[in-house]
Design a protein around this ligand. Structure first.
Ligand SMILES: Nc1nc2c(ncn2[C@@H]2O[C@H](COP(=O)(O)OP(=O)(O)O[C@H]3O[C@H](CO)[C@@H](O)[C@H](O)[C@@H]3O)[C@@H](O)[C@H]2O)c(=O)[nH]1
Length: 237
């Protein structure tokens, strides 16, 4: 399954970075300076109602050498649905995704891509030794995250500390092998993807990451409930 790349570094031109962006016109500019040096493909997935596609269009016009695509959809796909649309559109051997709000830097994503020289997947983690949270998360959010990952371990047998970190990278062939059977479109998609990859024998490493916590979040209480329901359906449905 593994086909090691020499030197422990993957060619950036072989990487696609998917950025799901739902109504991100205010936050997405914070990302532009950082990603303007990326030599791979950038695929934005916009399914909101605001001017995010126009903001990305202006950025692309200012940077004609960047390989940018902006996919637009008339109705909300969900975080997972957006990531799936972007990953399906990727044509490179490696594909990753990160949030649109700049909580992960490009250099962190590139570290994940480089792990694909020897692994099938690499997921950023805020809860393993070596990770750095530039803004400490509140007690409640940390407790919720720990509880959530305990539940994931009990339900799916996945031994990760942080399935929900927004920074992940995979070999495209691994993703392609399981995407046709994934059903989740919401924030629970990450768990399903990791579960299906594990079931198919792919090796995904959890890697410490530097994470800049943002105050704003599109995850509502109703999303959290739907995420739990979705996970139970997945496991027992
Ligand atoms: N295309 C698309 N993107 C979406 C949608 N919903 C959310 N997103 C995108 O998903 C990313 C994360 O959403 P945030 O609103 O920034 O949520 P967060 O709470 O900061 O996210 C954290 O928790 C999530 C849930 O566990 C994680 O999925 C996320 O990666 C991060 O760790 C952002 O880029 C946001 O635009 C959607 O329906 N469609």
């Amino acid at each position: 399954m593994l086909n090691d790349t020499e030197g422990g570094e993957v060619n950036r031109a072989d990487c696609t970075l998917v950025i799901p962006a739902y109504n991100e016109e205010r936050r997405i500019r914070s990302l532009f300076k950082d990603i303007s040096g990326f030599a791979g493909d950038l695929v934005f997935v916009c399914d909101g109602t605001d001017a995010t596609p126009a903001v990305i269009g202006a950025f692309a016009a200012d940077h004609p050498l960047l390989r940018i695509r902006c996919l637009t959809f008339p109705a909300r796909l969900g975080k997972g649905g957006g990531v799936v649309a972007g990953m399906k559109a990727a044509t490179t051997p490696f594909v990753g995704y990160m949030d649109a709000d700049g909580s992960t830097s490009l250099s962190e994503m590139e570290r994940l891509f480089d792990r694909l020289a020897t692994a099938d997947g690499a997921i950023g983690s805020r809860w393993v030794p070596g990770s750095v949270l530039t803004v400490r998360q509140g007690f409640r959010r940390r407790a919720e995250s720990r509880l959530f990952n305990l539940l994931v371990r009990l339900l799916f047998g996945l031994d990760y500390r942080d399935t929900q970190c927004g920074a992940k990278a995979f070999r495209k062939e691994a993703v392609d092998a399981v995407l046709s059977s994934t059903r989740s479109t919401g924030f629970e998609f990450d768990v399903e993807l990791l579960w299906r990859l594990a079931q198919s024998g792919y090796r995904v490493e959890e890697v410490p990451i530097t994470w800049e916590n943002r105050d704003e979040s599109k995850v509502m209480a109703s999303d959290a409930k739907e995420m739990l329901r979705g996970m139970l359906r997945l496991r027992f449905g």
